[in-house]
Design a protein around this ligand. Structure first.
Ligand code: NCD
Ligand code: ZN
Ligand code: ZN
Length: 468
C-alpha cells in the first residue's frame, strides 16, 4: 500500500523498548519512525546501510551546561550541541545557570527563540528553582523540563548566589506540585560545605584531594534526605542529579521506600568510570561538584545500575576555561568537566565489555531520560510515531578518546587516551542525517525546542494551600 518510506535503515539490529530487538529494517517518513520489520527491505528514497550495526534511539542528555548566552568563551550552544551530535546525543536539556539565569516565562521564551538555528540537536530547558514560585504554571505551559534546585552553592562564578529561603522553597515546591513539574536537585548541604571548606582552608590544605574532602559523601546524603522529605511533604516529584556514590544512593532509596517519595536518581559517567585515584593523577582539571569519589562508591553506582535504583545517566557537561581551573588552592578553582560527547561511547563500551546490556544502556540514556523530562510521547524509543532520532553504533568499531578531537570549545577530557569498544557511525535527528560515517553531513543546525508536556489536570495539595 505504501509508496515507500522517505528513509529506511537497513540490515541493523533495532533496539526496541523492553530489551526487544529486531534484526531488520526501520522505516522513516516525515521525520518519524513508521515501522520496524524483518525480511525484505522496503522501498525508500534514501537507504542507510546499517549492516552489522546496532540501531539505537538518540540519547537524551537531561543535564548539560552549554553556557549560552553569557559564558560563550567556555562553550556556546552551537559547539556544545555539535559535540552532543558527535556523541550520539540528539536531545539536550540545558541547565539555567547561564549568564542570564532562566527564571521567568519571558526568560524562557527569549532563550528558546535565541537557540533556534543555533542548536544541532533538539533541546529542552530547565528553569531555576530559586525565585520561580510565581511563574511555575506558565513555565509548565511553555514546556519547562524541571525546576533546578541548587542546594549547596553560596557563590557561583564568583558572585553571591543566595540559597533559597525556607519560605521560597515551600512556595516553589507547592507551585511545582500543583503544575506537576518536577524539581531536579543538586544535593549538597551548604552549611556543612562551608564548615568543611573553612576548616580545611584554615589547616592550610592546598593538595588536590582537598576539594573532595571539603564535600564529603555524608554532606551529599544530608541534602538528598532533606530534598526527599520536603518533596514528599509537598507532593512533588524529585530527581536527584549527579549522584556520586554509596551513602547518598542508599539514603535516596531508603527514603523513597520508607516515605513513598516520587524520586529518581541520576548519575554521570565521571562517577561511573573515574575515582579519586584519577583525581590524584589528573588534578583540578577533572574537579566536579559533587566530587568524584572512591572506587567503593563507583562500585555502589554500578550495583545501583544493576539493581535499577539508578534511573538515568546524564553528562553534567560543564566546561570551564583552563584558567578557571588554575588556582593555588583547589578550593578556589571552578568545578565542572566536559562530557556530552563521551557519555554514550563510554556506556556502549561498558555494554560491549559485558558490564551491562545494550538494552539497559538504552533505558538509562534514552527511554528513562525521555520519561523524566516528559518527552516520552515523542522521543527515547524507536516505536512508530516517535521522532526518528537515531544512532547507529558499530560494536566491532573502536573509538579513541582524544580531547583535541572533541567538538566542545574545551578540549580537556578525563577520558583522554581511552580506547573504547564500539563506534558511532550515523546520527539522525527527526529522520535527517546529522552525522554519516563519522562526519557532519548536515549543512546548518536544525535542532528545535522540544517542550515537556504536562497533564492538564493539576494535582492539588489543599492542606498546604490553606496555609499559604
Ligand atoms: C556545574 C557548572 O559548572 O555549571 N559544575 C559542576 O561541577 N557540576 C554546576 C553543577 O552542576 O553543579
Ligand atoms: Zn550540580
Ligand atoms: Zn550540572
Amino acid at each position: 500500500m505504501s509508496e515507500g518510506y522517505d528513509l529506511v535503515i537497513a540490515d541493523g539490529v533495532v533496539q526496541l523498548p523492553g530489551g526487544e530487538t529486531v534484526a531488520g529494517w526501520l522505516g522513516v517518513t516525515d521525520g518519524r519512525v513508521v515501522a520496524v520489520g524483518e525480511g525484505a527491505v522496503p522501498r525508500a528514497d534514501v537507504v542507510i546501510d546499517a549492516s552489522g550495526g546496532q540501531v539505537l534511539p538518540g540519547a537524551i542528555d537531561t543535564h548539560v551546561h552549554f553556557r549560552d548566552p553569557g559564558d560563550t568563551d567556555k562553550e556556546d550552544f552551537t559547539s556544545g550541541s555539535l559535540a552532543a551530535a558527535f556523541g550520539g546525543v540528539t536531545t539536550v536539556v540545558d541547565m539555567p545557570n547561564t549568564g542570564h539565569v532562566v527564571v521567568t516565562p519571558d526568560d524562557f521564551r527569549e532563550k528558546c527563540a535565541y537557540l533556534e538555528h543555533r542548536s544541532w540537536v533538539d533541546f529542552g530547558l530547565h528553569a531555576n528553582f530559586n525565585d520561580s514560585s510565581g511563574f511555575v504554571d506558565e513555565l509548565a505551559e511553555l514546556g519547562v523540563a524541571s525546576l533546578k534546585w541548587l542546594m549547596g552553592y553560596a557563590d557561583w562564578k564568583g558572585y553571591q548566589y543566595q540559597p533559597s529561603s525556607y519560605a521560597e522553597t515551600r512556595a516553589t515546591f507547592m507551585a511545582a506540585a500543583h503544575a506537576s513539574v518536577g524539581v531536579m536537585v543538586h544535593a549538597e548541604a551548604l552549611p556543612w560545605l562551608l564548615d568543611f571548606r573553612d576548616r580545611l582552608r584554615a589547616q592550610g590544605r592546598t593538595d588536590v584531594g582537598v576539594h573532595a574532602d571539603s564535600r564529603p559523601p555524608f554532606v551529599e546524603a544530608i541534602a538528598v534526605a532533606e530534598a526527599a522529605i520536603v518533596a514528599v511533604e509537598f507532593g512533588c516529584r524529585l530527581h536527584i542529579v549527579h549522584l556520586t556514590g554509596d551513602v547518598p544512593l542508599r539514603t535516596a532509596i531508603a527514603l523513597r521506600d520508607a516515605l513513598g517519595a516520587d524520586l529518581t536518581v541520576e548519575t554521570c559517567p565521571q562517577y561511573l568510570f573515574l575515582s579519586d585515584e584519577d583525581v590524584l593523577a589528573q588534578g583540578v582539571s577533572i574537579q566536579a561538584n559533587p566530587p568524584i569519589r572512591s572506587l567503593h562508591d563507583q562500585a555502589a553506582l554500578w550495583d545501583g545500575i544493576a539493581a535499577g535504583t539508578i534511573f538515568s545517566v546524564a553528562s553534567d557537561h560543564a566546561p570551564h576555561l583552563p584558567e578557571d581551573k588554575q588556582a593555588e588552592n583547589p578550593l578556589d578553582a571552578l568545578s565542572g568537566i566536559v562530557g556530552v560527547e563521551t557519555m554514550l561511547p563510554l556506556m556502549v563500551d561498558a555494554a560491549a565489555s559485558g558490564r551491562l546490556s545494550l538494552a539497559r544502556v538504552v533505558e538509562l540514556l534514552c527511554a528513562h531520560p525521555a520519561r523524566l523530562v516528559r518527552l516520552d510521547d515523542r522521543k527515547g524509543s524507536l516505536v512508530p510515531g516517535h521522532d526518528a532520532d537515531i544512532v547507529i553504533v558499530d560494536l566491532q568499531g573502536r573509538t579513541h578518546v582524544s580531547g583535541e578531537a572533541l567538538h566542545s570549545k574545551q578540549h580537556t577530557t578525563p577520558f583522554e587516551g581511552r580506547e573504547l569498544r564500539g563506534a558511532i557511525r550515523h546520527v539522525l535527528l527527526r529522520g535527517r542525517p546529522l552525522i554519516s560515517a563519522g562526519r557532519l553531513v548536515a549543512r546548518e543546525p536544525f535542532g528545535r525546542h522540544a517542550p515537556s508536556l504536562y497533564p492538564r489536570s493539576r494535582s492539588s495539595i489543599a492542606r498546604h494551600e490553606a496555609i499559604a
